[in-house]
Design a protein around this ligand. Structure first.
Ligand code: 5RP
Length: 227
């Protein structure tokens, strides 16, 4: 089975590429020398990694996906397992949606479980986005990771909240099943609590506002705002 997550080639023809690159290069400038750094997953991270590598900061990195680990290692960044390190100085990642009140939806690449663990372990969490990710209101679907053990029963329980769609062939690196929940997202705190109360929901893609320290919004003209 393929892993769910990927780090897109920065050379790809994403129309948001220039804005993502601007956000990523600005975020790379925020990384201090020698820090313990969490690396997210996705195409914006694909722009961040070379910008980080160019700075030669001698950071020790943990990766939220095998794809990020591979890309970072290929660029000469030091990537270590995230098992014995109990905190990080900084984590840097992309997002799928950013609401005006700071709630995020993540997990477009299916890496949200590791991404949330890494963000929560970091003293500062920097989120890099292109302007299209800034939404007036969060919209479905919401990425989920469900336990493979008892999957049908877990899916049935989650199905009381909305329609659960399994992503074809998508398993997380820890063996969870990546799904998308088609549900109203007007009450993210309530929905997060409801999902967290269901045994077998490994993680969901709602990131609360308190998790993000800094938002970097890149623009197509190469500038970026740090909020
Ligand atoms: C992966 C994620 C990504 O951060 C999110 O999907 C944004 O990706 P991209 O930078 O490719 O737009 O949550 O699980």
């Amino acid at each position: 089975m393929p892993s769910a997550a990927s780090v897109t080639d920065p050379g790809s023809s994403d129309p948001e590429g220039p804005a993502k690159r601007a956000a990523a290069e600005t975020a790379a400038a925020l990384v201090p020398k020698g820090c313990l750094l969490g690396l997210g997953t996705g195409s914006t991270v694909g722009f961040f990694l070379p910008a980080l590598a160019r700075r030669q900061l001698d950071c020790t990195c943990v990766a939220t996906s095998p794809a990020t680990a591979e890309a970072a290692t290929a660029l000469g960044l030091r990537v270590v397992p995230f098992d014995d390190i109990d905190h990080l100085d900084l984590a840097v990642d992309g997002a799928d949606q950013v609401a005006p009140d700071g709630w995020l939806v993540k997990g477009g690449g299916g890496a949200h479980t590791r991404e949330k663990i890494v963000a929560a372990a970091a003293e500062r969490f920097v989120v890099m986005v292109s302007p299209d990710k800034l939404v007036a209101a969060l919209h479905p679907p919401l990425p989920l990771e469900l336990s493979a053990f008892g999957f049908a029963a877990v899916r049935r329980a989650v199905g009381r909240l909305g329609r659960v769609e399994r992503r074809a062939g998508a398993l997380s690196p820890q063996g969870g099943v990546i799904c998308d929940l088609h549900v109203e997202l007007s009450d993210p705190a309530g929905l997060a609590a409801a999902l967290e109360a269901i045994p077998g929901v490994v993680e969901h893609g709602l990131f609360p506002p308190g998790l993000t320290s800094t938002l970097v919004v890149g623009q197509p003209d190469g500038t970026a705002q740090v909020v």
